[in-house]
Design a protein around this ligand. Structure first.
Ligand code: R5P
Length: 241
C-alpha cells in the first residue's frame, strides 16, 4: 500500500502546478475531494500573495465553505455563467483522459460545473492512473423514490452489456445511506473493468431514476499527475484543449 505521506506530497505537487494555470480575472470552477482541497489551499495562497481577482463556483458545500473561509469569492454557477477553467480531482484517469469521479458523492455538481467550463483540468496522484476504468466502483446518483427499482434497471443494463452479476451497492456511512448535496442516494457499481464506457454511460443515463453517473467521458483535457518527489507528469488531450 502507498504511504499516505507520499500521496500527500503528490497531491501538493499537482495542486501547485495547477495553480499556475489560473489567470487574474478568471471565473473558476472548484472541485471536491482531498486533492481539490489542497488545490484550494494553494490557490488561496496565490490569490492573497498576488492580489488576484477571481470569482469561483463550487462543486460542493464542503468546498464552498473551505474557499469562503480562505477568503475566496464563491458565487452561484448561474450568476457566473460560463467558466474559464475548472480544476478537480478524480478517482481514476485512463490514457484517453476519461475519468471515474464521485468517490466523494459530488460527481453530479462536478459534471455540471466541468461542462460549463472552457477547460477541465484534473489534479491527482499516480495511484489514480489506470489502463482501463472500473477498478474503482462506479458511483451512480439515484433519487430515493423507488431506488430499488432503479437498481433493478441498472442491473439489467449491466446484463445487456455482458456485465451480469455485478453488484450495485447502496453507499452507507455509520449504517445510514449517504445523501448527496441534492439529497439523493449513491449506488456503487463493482465492475472491475469497463470495456465500453460510452455504451455504459448511455445505458445508465437512459434509466428514469438515475440522476448522474460518475463516468466523465471527453470532458477533461489535461491531467496533472503529482509525484512524491514534487515533480508532475502532464497527460493531455490536444483535441479538447
Ligand atoms: O465526489 C468526489 C470527487 O469526484 C473527487 O474529486 C474524487 O472522489 C477524488 O477525490 P480525492 O482527491 O479525495 O481522491
Amino acid at each position: 500500500m502507498t504511504d499516505p505521506a507520499t500521496i500527500d506530497l503528490s497531491k501538493d505537487a499537482a495542486a501547485r502546478a495547477a495553480v499556475q494555470l489560473v489567470e487574474n480575472g478568471m471565473k473558476l470552477g472548484l472541485g471536491t475531494g482531498s486533492t481539490a482541497k489542497v488545490f484550494v489551499d494553494r490557490l488561496a495562497e496565490r490569490v492573497h500573495a498576488e492580489g488576484m481577482d477571481l470569482r469561483c463556483a463550487s462543486t460542493s458545500k464542503a468546498t464552498a465553505d473551505q474557499a469562503r473561509e480562505l477568503g475566496l469569492v464563491v458565487m452561484e454557477l448561474d450568476d457566473l455563467g460560463w467558466l474559464d477553467l475548472t480544476i478537480d480531482g478524480a478517482d481514476e484517469v485512463d490514457p484517453d483522459l476519461n475519468l471515474i469521479k464521485g468517490g466523494g458523492a459530488a460527481h453530479l455538481r462536478e459534471k455540471i460545473v466541468a461542462t460549463a467550463s472552457d477547460r477541465m483540468v484534473v489534479v491527482a496522484d499516480q495511484g489514480k492512473v489506470v489502463d482501463c476504468l472500473g477498478k474503482f466502483k462506479l458511483p451512480v446518483e439515484v433519487i430515493p423514490f423507488g431506488w430499488q427499482s432503479t437498481r433493478t434497471h441498472i442491473e439489467r443494463v449491466l446484463e445487456e452489456l455482458g456485465m451480469a452479476e455485478r453488484p450495485a451497492i447502496l453507499r452507507e456511512r455509520d449504517g445510514k445511506p449517504v445523501l448527496t448535496d441534492e439529497s439523493n442516494l449513491i449506488l456503487d457499481l463493482a465492475l472491475e473493468q469497463i470495456h465500453d464506457a460510452r455504451a455504459l454511460a448511455r445505458g445508465l443515463s437512459s434509466i428514469a431514476g438515475v440522476v448522474e453517473h460518475g463516468l466523465f467521458l471527453n470532458i477533461c483535457s489535461l491531467a496533472i499527475i503529482g509525484c512524491p518527489d514534487g515533480s508532475v507528469v502532464e497527460l493531455r488531450r490536444e483535441d479538447l484543449e
